[in-house]
Design a binder for this molecule. Structure first.
Ligand code: PHE
Length: 349
């Protein structure tokens, strides 16, 4: 039978012994070694306790209780030292931290110029009482052409210009299908503005296969060309400033009659045709730049959705967003919109 007294003494001796060695543990890994030495499965405490079974039945609980106390004391000592070492590490790293150093500025994203101009144009028309609507980019032949007074043999349907998906489905070549869709979905008075992507088989310096348009449609009783002129003039003045001159030039679109194209005085040279004696390249010295197509709704378009053309009349217009963005921001090359060059894009933040 082992001597209970010497086992208890050994147990008690562990605490001051470990305490004396704590200072030597100058890193967390050294401290961990110390912990294993005393408290590990094969450590000092475990070793002493392996003598427990040979103690008498009265001594066993006394020794067990003591062992628990020692274990708690050792754990506290080691944990205390651990937090000391951790605090020291933080203090040390803070002493190397210079709060006066300039920070690293994260890259801030910004809206694409096409989105900016699209939002701005929509805002102007919403201010005039128009409602924003959207339609599908994959259209059928009827909405994109037929209902817009472009019969099957119309030249605009040519494979040269249109990206067909199947015999009767295609990528819309303009936002004008929204004229027809809006008339189907609503009853007059209708005042909608429809922004979105359009597609054409075209790719060179001034054309990309995908670009953005905004379509405007207004239908009511007694809508006249004067309403069209007034609305678009107000729009131009809001977008490009009140001094901008507006001119309507006769033109042709199958779905409007009469039709016009709208020019504004050149935003680059102010309509003079030259800048500091140099010819203006934006307006090619004419003093005018074209910004949109428009006209009075052709009765045939209204008839395609059974509208009463005696009662109702309306106007529609369509404009290219990239084109407006180029004029607004003085961008010389259409392709810049699609190259995603960060140096270009970040100028619009
Ligand atoms: N859809 C025509 C185009 O893409 C623009 C337009 C819209 C013209 C509405 C008149 C009326 O060029």
């Amino acid at each position: 039978m082992s001597d209970a007294k010497s086992l208890l003494q050994e147990l008690e001796g562990l605490v001051p012994e470990c305490e004396a060695r704590l200072d030597q543990a100058s890193s967390l890994s050294e401290l961990e070694e110390l912990r294993i030495e005393y408290l590990g499965r094969k450590g000092r405490l475990a070793k002493i306790m392996s003598g427990l079974p040979s103690l008498s039945n009265e001594d066993k609980p006394v020794a067990g209780k003591k062992a628990n106390e020692v274990k708690t004391a050792l754990t506290e000592l080691i944990e205390g030292r651990q937090s000391q070492l951790e605090r020291a590490a933080i203090t040390e790293s803070l002493s190397r931290f210079d709060p006066t150093m300039p920070g690293r500025t994260p890259h801030k994203g910004s809206l694409h110029p096409v989105s900016l101009v699209m939002d701005e144009i929509c805002d102007v028309f919403v201010g005039l009482g128009f409602e924003v609507v959207t339609g599908p980019e994959v259209e059928n032949d009827w909405y994109n052409f037929e209902a817009l007074n472009m019969p099957p043999d119309h030249p605009a349907r040519d494979m040269q210009d249109t990206l067909y998906i199947s015999e009767s489905f295609l990528l819309r070549t303009h936002t004008s299908p929204l004229q027809v869709r809006s008339m189907q979905e609503k009853n007059p008075p209708i005042a909608v503005i429809a922004p979105g992507k359009v597609y054409r088989r075209d790719s060179d310096i001034t054309h990309t296969p995908m670009f953005h348009q905004i379509e405007g449609v207004l239908i009511d009783e007694n809508v006249s060309m004067a309403d069209l002129r007034g609305t678009l003039t107000a729009f131009v003045h809001q977008l490009f400033g009140p001094k901008t001159e507006v001119r309507f030039r006769p033109s042709f679109f199958p779905f409007t009659e009469p039709s016009a194209e709208v020019d504004i005085s050149c935003v680059m040279c102010g309509g003079k045709g030259h800048i500091d004696g140099q010819p203006c390249r934006v307006c090619k010295q004419t003093g005018w730049v074209e910004i949109l197509g428009c006209g009075m709704m052709d009765p045939n378009v209204m008839k395609s959705v059974d509208y009463d053309t005696e009662k109702y009349s309306g106007f529609a217009f369509g404009l290219g967003i990239e084109r407006v963005a180029m004029l607004k921001y003085g961008i010389g090359d259409l392709r810049m919109f699609f190259e995603n060059d960060i140096r270009f894009l970040e100028q619009f933040s």
